[in-house]
Design a protein around this ligand. Structure first.
Ligand SMILES: [Zn+2]
Ligand SMILES: [Zn+2]
Length: 242
């Protein structure tokens, strides 16, 4: 299984075109776009043809995770004429996002997800877990060929990657702030992300959803100290094998 970072800026775009949250998870011929944050749709198309996109996962309805679904809608409907692309999203998000389009037509097959739901799409098993974040938000576990990726989506410290069980091969964790600067507990600090990954015996830790004003060296150091090992900071365009 392969993970490609399409964007990793926390909450708003970074200077120089830094896109918000978006990832491409691939195994064999299965390609899943996980979170459609602003700026990620352009990057997505550098890695997969729209004809070959298997499904989309939207973890929640904050703009930095979902607004580029509109670009995909237009490209599929008016560009290549493709229909019924599965979109996994929290219950109600389809209607909420409809406010900006007259109708979704048959472009997407919306699949409402709830806590504990699971499904198999192509060669990848998906599981969802409700996180500690104000709108209904679902963390994602993707499993293929016995390898496990856990993505926290957005969460405060009241939820942990341990919800999917210990020993994930790669934890992709949000780490929005430095611990000393965290304004509200709806996101994780680097320290909290590192601690949670250590307690869940994660084999590798990648920090993402990085607040654009963060000092990257400081957040990497804080995360690594809490994790007890080196961490990787997500970077747009980065691909790693899980
Ligand atoms: Zn976010
Ligand atoms: Zn959010």
């Amino acid at each position: 299984m392969e993970l490609t970072v399409l964007g990793c800026s926390g909450s708003f775009g970074a200077p120089g075109g830094g896109a918000c949250s978006g990832y491409l998870v691939r195994s064999g011929s299965t390609s899943v776009w996980v979170d459609a944050g602003n700026g990620t749709f352009g990057h997505l198309q550098q890695h997969v043809a729209l004809e070959d996109l298997t499904a989309v996962v939207l973890t929640h309805g904050h703009p930095d995770h979902c607004v580029d679904i509109y670009g995909l809608h237009v490209a599929l409907r008016y560009g290549i004429g493709r229909e019924h692309v599965p979109v996994y999203a929290p219950e109600g998000l389809e209607k909420f996002l409809l406010a900006l389009v007259s109708d979704w037509d048959d472009t997407f097959d919306w699949r409402a997800v709830g806590d504990g739901d699971h499904d198999r799409i192509g060669g990848i098993d998906l599981r969802f877990s409700r996180t500690d974040h104000p709108p209904p938000t679902y963390a994602l576990e993707a499993t293929a060929d016995g390898r496990r990726l856990v993505y926290t989506a957005d969460t405060g410290p009241g939820w942990s990657v341990d919800a999917f069980g210990p020993g994930a091969d790669l934890v992709l964790s949000e780490a929005t702030y430095l611990h000393r600067d965290r304004p509200a507990p709806i996101h994780l600090s680097g320290r909290e992300a590192g601690q949670a990954a250590r307690e869940a015996a994660a084999r590798r830790l990648v920090l993402t959803h990085l607040w654009p004003f963060l000092d990257r060296t400081e957040i990497a150091t804080e995360g690594a100290e809490a994790y007890g090992d080196a961490v990787t900071l997500a970077e747009s365009g980065m691909t790693t094998t899980i």
